[in-house]
Structure formats: structure tokens, C-alpha cells
Design a protein around this ligand. Structure first.
Ligand code: SF4
Length: 364
């Protein structure tokens, strides 16, 4: 059987149209939808309540032959790694065209958070990021993004658990693949299906200004995170090449417009790098920069500071705990809320900026 369309690329109205074109009643589309997104079935063989002819049509149109059975899934896990504390799992998938992507599950006491990829590789070239260091492969389709969540939802269901949150911060710049990333979130939020509310998603950007504006207009409940890492153009451009195209004044203006339109808070991500961007002076510059976001005396902004995760091609070191605390204290003097995030899954290279599409010796 040959591979054709990916069923996870379809929305419910697309699926309904298709079923109608096959002469099937519309309610069958909803049945299939609920099978895919509530029961996480991934083979036509699982849909035993459907007529045989419909299952055959589904198999013919959407299935791949996999390990003696037919499957809708195109994600092939080629390696699974668990962190030594058992709280983080990273799966390396190989797509049918041999492109790699990685997806990470983080277990917290009351949350099961996934970090998903929107591209294989990344075109943004942030110097401290392993994905940026590997270059751009290709955009993922919305269905390929959706499937990462379904894969883990299926695994968690066997343990009586559910995906509670999704951060769209894995491989790739989500706003560089804007339509597919947002379509995937819409599909996973669909109340007729998985019903994972938009507020449970966080989408991150390195600062693609036109896309921030486009996102703002949607007035979505999806949380927005902006990777900032530096509060002056010289330093930021040396770390994030995109800053040369969209410097800080433009980026902050787009953030200000986003907040004015949505009244939603933005999280600013800051990888604390020893002696580079972890000084009190940098904290003061950051506090100053964020003042533009104040509206009617309220600052809808939060800083997430995380000590830099190591990657093979970036030699700078993470900040120390003491310096991280001092950085946060300086921000707090100016009324800027800041959380110091714990690093997760470093031993399996599953932390922020560590997804390289290849799995190195975890102890290297
Ligand atoms: S930090 Fe994000 S945007 Fe920058 S290179 Fe890595 S994946 Fe791309």
C-alpha cells in the first residue's frame, strides 16, 4: 500500500467534505475524528464500528504499511531517551524523507508538558542553539506537528495520564512556519476532538515582527513567549542574527501592539550566559526596555530566565546560581517579575536549545 495524504493534515470540515464525496454520511467524519483525537487510534483497523468499505477507503487514502499492519502515522521513533531522574523523555523521530525531529515530554508534579517541533532544523541561526547550528531542513506540515502530540498522548494514556500543556519551542521557529503551527494548535484544541484548550499552548518566537502582528490580530488565547536574551542591539545581534532584520525598537513596538490588542501577558525568555548577559547592568537594560510595554500602569510581561544549556559548538558557560539570583533581584527592583527556570533533561540533550536532530552520547 502506498503512502498518500496524512490524515492529521485535515481539519474536521475537510474530513467531512471528503466523506461526503465518498457518499458517506457526515456523522461518519465525526466518528473518525473522535477516534483519532479522543481515542488516539492510528490505524483503520482500530475503527471497528465503521463499515468495512469505509475502512478500506481510509486505508487506501491515508495509510502506510508499517510493521505488518497499516497505520496513519508517519512518525517513526528512531530513538527514545529518558533522563536519569526519569522526569524527561526525548524522542527522535525520522520523517519519511529521513528528516529528523525531536519531541520532549517533561513530567512535573501535576503537569505533563510536551515541547514540540515545527521544523526540521531552523533557519534562524541563534548561536547558542544546537538546532540553529544544524541549519534549516524543512517546514513540518500541520499534521506532522499534530502527530507529535498524539504520539505522546497515546503513550501517556497507557499510564492513565494526559498531556496537560504544550510548548511550541522545540526544533524550529514556529512563526517561520506560521500557518502550519497555528493550524496544528487549532486542530488539537478542537472541542469535538482532543479539546486541549488554547491557553494550554505556548508558542515562542525569536522576534519575527510581522508574524507577531499577525498573531496579535487573531486575539488568540495561546500564550506568547519571545526569546529576548539581550537588551541592546549590539549584543542581541551577535547572538540572534534575526535582530539585524528586526532590531529591538521594532520588536518591542510589535510586543506593545500585541499587548494593547489582546491584553495578554508576554513571557520573555532569557538564557543566562556567564559574563555575557547575566550582569546587573544587563538586568537594568532589560528593565528599561520593558517599560514601553506598560499600559495604564500595568506591565503585562514576565521574564523567564534559564541558565544556558550546553551545546557542542557554543563555548560560553551557563551563569551560576548566585548570579542568576542577583539578576532576578535587580529586575525585581524595577518591578519586573522574573522566574528562574530549572534546567531539564540536560543529560539527554533535551533542554532548550539542545535539540540537534542527532542523539549524541548523553554523557559527553
Ligand atoms: S533558538 Fe529557536 S529560533 Fe533560534 S535557532 Fe534555535 S530553534 Fe531556531
Amino acid at each position: 500500500m502506498k503512502s498518500s495524504t496524512l490524515i492529521y493534515d485535515l481539519d474536521l470540515p475537510d474530513l467531512t467534505d471528503l466523506l461526503l464525496s465518498w457518499g458517506e454520511p457526515a456523522y461518519r467524519a465525526k466518528q473518525i475524528w473522535q477516534g483519532l483525537y479522543r481515542h488516539f487510534w492510528y490505524s483503520p483497523d482500530h475503527f471497528t464500528s465503521l463499515p468495512k468499505s469505509l475502512r478500506e477507503n481510509l486505508a487506501e487514502t491515508f495509510s502506510l504499511q508499517k510493521h505488518e499492519s497499516v497505520s496513519f502515522s508517519i512518525l517513526e521513533p528512531s530513538m527514545i531517551l529518558d533522563s536519569s531522574d526519569g522526569e524527561t523523555r526525548k524522542t527522535l523521530f525520522t520523517l519519511p524523507d529521513n528528516r529528523p525531529i525531536e519531541t520532549v515530554l517533561m513530567r512535573y508534579s501535576n503537569r505533563r508538558t510536551l515541547c514540540i517541533s515545527t521544523q526540521s532544523g531552523c533557519a534562524m541561526g541563534c548561536v547558542f542553539c544546537a538546532t540553529g547550528q544544524m541549519g534549516f531542513g524543512r517546514h513540518l506540515s500541520s499534521g506532522e506537528i499534530v502527530e507529535q502530540v498524539l504520539y505522546y498522548a497515546r503513550m501517556l494514556a497507557t499510564q492513565g495520564e494526559v498531556v496537560t500543556n504544550v510548548v511550541v519551542m522545540g526544533m524550529g521557529e514556529p512563526f517561520h512556519n506560521f500557518e502550519a503551527a497555528l493550524a496544528a494548535i487549532d486542530r488539537l484544541s478542537d472541542p469535538e476532538g482532543m479539546n486541549l484548550g488554547a491557553r494550554r499552548f505556548t508558542i515562542s518566537t525569536v522576534g519575527l515582527v510581522p508574524a507577531i502582528r499577525k498573531f496579535a490580530v487573531r486575539k488568540s488565547q495561546i500564550n506568547l513567549a519571545v526569546s529576548l536574551h539581550a537588551a541592546n542591539d549590539e549584543l542581541r545581534s551577535s547572538m540572534l542574527p534575526i535582530n539585524k532584520k528586526y532590531p529591538l525598537t521594532e520588536l518591542m513596538e510589535a510586543c506593545r501592539e500585541y499587548i494593547a490588542l489582546t491584553h495578554r501577558r508576554i513571557s520573555f525568555e532569557w538564557a543566562l550566559i556567564h559574563g555575557i548577559n547575566d550582569t546587573p547592568e544587563q538586568a537594568r537594560q532589560l528593565a528599561n526596555l520593558l517599560q514601553i510595554l506598560k499600559q495604564s500602569g500595568t506591565l503585562l510581561a514576565h521574564v523567564n530566565a534559564i541558565p544556558l544549556n550546553p551545546t557542542s559548538r557554543y563555548k560560553q558557560k551557563a551563569t551560576t546560581h548566585q548570579r542568576a539570583i542577583a539578576f532576578r533581584s535587580e529586575l525585581e527592583k524595577y518591578g519586573i517579575p522574573c522566574t528562574i527556570r530549572l534546567r531539564r533533561g540536560i543529560d539527554i540533550q533535551a533542554g532548550c536549545g539542545q535539540l540537534a536532530g542527532i542523539t549524541l552520547n548523553p554523557h559527553q
